[in-house]
Structure formats: C-alpha cells, structure tokens
Design a protein around this ligand. Sequence first.
Ligand code: NAD
Length: 247
Amino acid sequence: MENNLEEAIDLIVNSKYTIAFTGAGISVESGIPPFRGETGLWSKYDPNVLDLNNFHVNPIESWKVIKEIFYDFFGEAKPNPAHFALADMEKLGMLKAIITQNIDNLHYEAGSKEVYEFHGNSRMLVCPYCANKIKASDADLTDIPLCDKCHAVLKPDFIFFGEGIPEMAYKNSFEAADKADLFIVIGSTGEVYPAANIPQLAKQNGAKIIEINTESTLFTESITDIFLKGKASDTLNKLLIGIKQKI
Ligand code: NAD
C-alpha cells in the first residue's frame, strides 16, 4: 500500500473537486456492523423489518426490531478516526462533500458540513402521511411512536426497501459526480443501487477513483485506479498526514 499511498496523496493534493463516497465499512470501527457478510446484521435479523409494506402491516413487530437495531444499538455509536479525518480534509479545503449511504449521522457528529445522506438519517422520525418530522431522541420508543399531528405511525427518516432516494440528496450526489475530478470510495461493496451508480458515473466523466476497503469489491476491478487495502481509520489518517505535509 505504501507506494499507492504516496500516489493517492499526490492525487488528492492536486485535484480540484474531490468527493468522498462512504458505505457501512467506515462505521464498522464505531461498532456498527455492515448489513451483509457473515457477521452482518442480516445474519441476525430479518431484512423484512425494513420492507415498507411489512412495516405498514405489522408496525408493532417492526418497531420492536427497528428500536433494537437502530436506536438501542446504533444510538450509542460515536464517530471514529475515519469520520474525523474526512472532516479535517474538508476543513483543509481538500474535500468538497461526502456522499454517504450511511444513516448513522456520524459524519455530521465528526464535524463534516457538506454531507449528502443518500439513504436518509436515523436520528429523525418522519410521518409517512403528513411529512411531520421529530427527533428520534424526543420520541418514547418503548411504545410505537405516533405523529402528534395526524396520529399515524412514525417511521425512521431513512429509506426502507421500496422507497425512493431523498430528492435533494439524489440531486446533490449526481451533480457532485458530474463535477468531481476525484472520488474516494470508502467501505462500500458497490452492491447497493442506485448508490453504486454515483462513483461509476464520476468515472465515466473522467474522475479518478481511490478506493479504501479491507476487501476488494465490485468497484475494485471495474473503476478503481488506486486501491488502498486496509481499515478506513488507519488509511484515512495516513492520507491526512501526507496531505498536511504537502500543502
Ligand atoms: P456496504 O455496501 O455498505 O459494504 C460494507 C463494506 O465495508 C464491505 O465492502 C467491507 O469489506 C467494508 N469494510 C468493513 N470493515 C471495514 C473497515 N474497517 N474499513 C474499510 N472498509 C470496511 O454493505 P452493507 O452493509 O450491506 O450496506 C447496505 C446498505 O446499508 C448501504 O447503503 C449501507 O451504507 C447501509 N448501512 C448503513 C449502516 C450505517 O449507517 N452505519 C450500517 C449498515 C448498512
């Protein structure tokens, strides 16, 4: 990785419009497992819990599991050095925005400002009928949360299977893929669509792709120019140190 690392640092320092694209892997070191894989959440829970139709038909059952995964468990997670390194890169003017597939709010908690949450955010609850939103921390999740305006069952403000991508995040992400000359893809399998289209489109538009992952992915052989094999925190910290030495 060492030679590649130098090449990656040069690329970042010399690029004009760098975008980070993050998946579940960046939050693994915060204690949040990915969905897929042997130790992934779907090896323990039924993914049906995030099926929109199932949620409407069985809200009580669904909320029991959603509370356990996304609030009791995710709720305790704190940003790790990888999230902080990206926030520092933005402050240094080396990163224009982060497109994240994650719903854990950890990029904002680390201090990043320009974050496009492609799949929404778990920290808010939304009414599917009147679009009223409240903070999840203000809701009593020991019971199913109800909208105080129209009394419908609230759902987390992240997308379930069968739901569309939030409009602004979609627009901002694809605009970023048009403008970018460099994408840093971190901890994403490339299996989740339409998110996986974003780095692919950037590549078609001429952007270089740096990829950070502990394993190779669908991106690695198809679009990646520089693959940095390793954990997100360690690798992003090395990149940050290198960037600071060169600017
Ligand atoms: P994913 O596409 O997000 O892939 C996870 C990737 O992370 C894998 O390629 C894995 O090799 C890599 N990885 C694991 N540990 C790593 C580390 N320490 N450093 C760098 N890379 C590491 O797959 P998924 O989990 O199936 O996700 C499906 C969708 O659900 C995605 O949109 C994902 O973002 C979302 N999700 C979000 C969260 C969260 O908000 N934290 C958690 C799980 C899933």
